[in-house]
Ligand binder design. Structure first.
Ligand code: IPE
Ligand code: IPE
Ligand code: MG
Length: 258
């Protein structure tokens, strides 16, 4: 019971932490006879829309999958144009994000990024660090397995230096060593583009996420589809391993306490 309480078993309302795999840019572009890069550029519009809507609704955190560890193996010109797009998008959007009170962070293996992009990311993060609105994470050069390995390495180094005992490593401490260690687990994953897979996104953090797969290609993702995803989430009964009966009696107790 203690475990379920720590997950706060109750009917889902608004998600605290939405994760989105923004897939389908290439197919969107191909259908219009455009370059894949044009598809990636067109993907900026729904990013703005999601930030706007999460801010309006008071969602705590939004994590967007923009470029995976595996995407480095794409053709060099596509990788270069994506890196250029990240540079120009951060540059072009940071004022507006700051104005909205958004705290921006980039998660992933940033050592793999150019020095210029790293510097620009650092500047945008510092500029928005004290903002108390939406916590926006963009996953670039991110892989769920990479994240788990870097956390294990951090903890191993602390054990080797004597700062930590192996027996002190528990789920809470491990989670804190991961990227997003200071945020609630993602409770809703949206993936556009029709594929129903995780593609090495937040492997640890999605343990109990509700999964919403949309056939929309990312550049076509709009407010109506985002609202459908939120309605889907609100309609889920989140059980965290309990029986439906247990969840309902916990709800009744909570209702009485109110
Ligand atoms: C997602 O769109 C963006 C990245 C992975 C960088 P895709 O580029 O994967 O688009 P499709 O899946 O080929 O349509
Ligand atoms: C997942 O999309 C990664 C991002 C959206 C950034 P992919 O297009 O790379 O995933 P797969 O290859 O279809 O699994
Ligand atoms: Mg894809």
């Amino acid at each position: 019971m203690a475990r379920a309480e720590s997950h706060n078993a109750m009917p889902a309302g608004l998600p605290r932490h939405i994760a989105i795999t923004m897939d389908g840019n290439g197919r969107w572009a191909a259908a219009r006879g455009l370059s894949r890069s044009s598809g990636h550029k067109a993907g900026l519009t729904p990013v703005r829309l999601c930030v706007e809507e999460c801010t309006r609704l008071g969602v705590e955190a939004l994590t967007l999958f923009a470029f995976s560890s595996e995407n480095w193996s794409r053709p060099a010109d596509e990788v270069a144009s994506l890196m250029g797009l990240f540079l120009s998008a951060i540059d072009g959007e940071v004022d507006e994000l700051d104005r909205k009170g958004v705290r921006l962070r980039i998660i992933g293996n940033r050592q793999a990024l150019s020095v210029r992009l790293q510097a620009q990311i650092g500047a945008a993060e510092r500029r928005t660090a004290a903002n108390s609105g939406l916590k926006l994470q963009i996953a670039v050069s991110y892989g769920g397995r990479w994240d788990i390995v870097q956390a294990a390495r951090k903890l191993a180094a602390q054990c080797a230096s004597g700062e930590l005992q192996p027996a002190q490593i528990d789920e809470r401490r491990f989670a804190a060593a991961l990227e997003l260690g200071d945020l609630a687990d993602s409770d809703l994953l949206i993936r556009t583009g029709g594929e129903r897979r995780i593609s090495n996104f937040l492997l640890w953090h999605l343990a109990y996420a509700e999964l919403y797969f949309s056939d929309r290609l990312w550049p076509d993702f709009d407010l109506a589809e985002f609202t459908r995803a939120l309605e889907f989430f609100a309609g889920r009964e989140r059980r965290f391993g309990l029986t439906g009966g247990q969840v309902h009696s916990a709800e009744r107790e909570q209702g009485l306490q109110r």
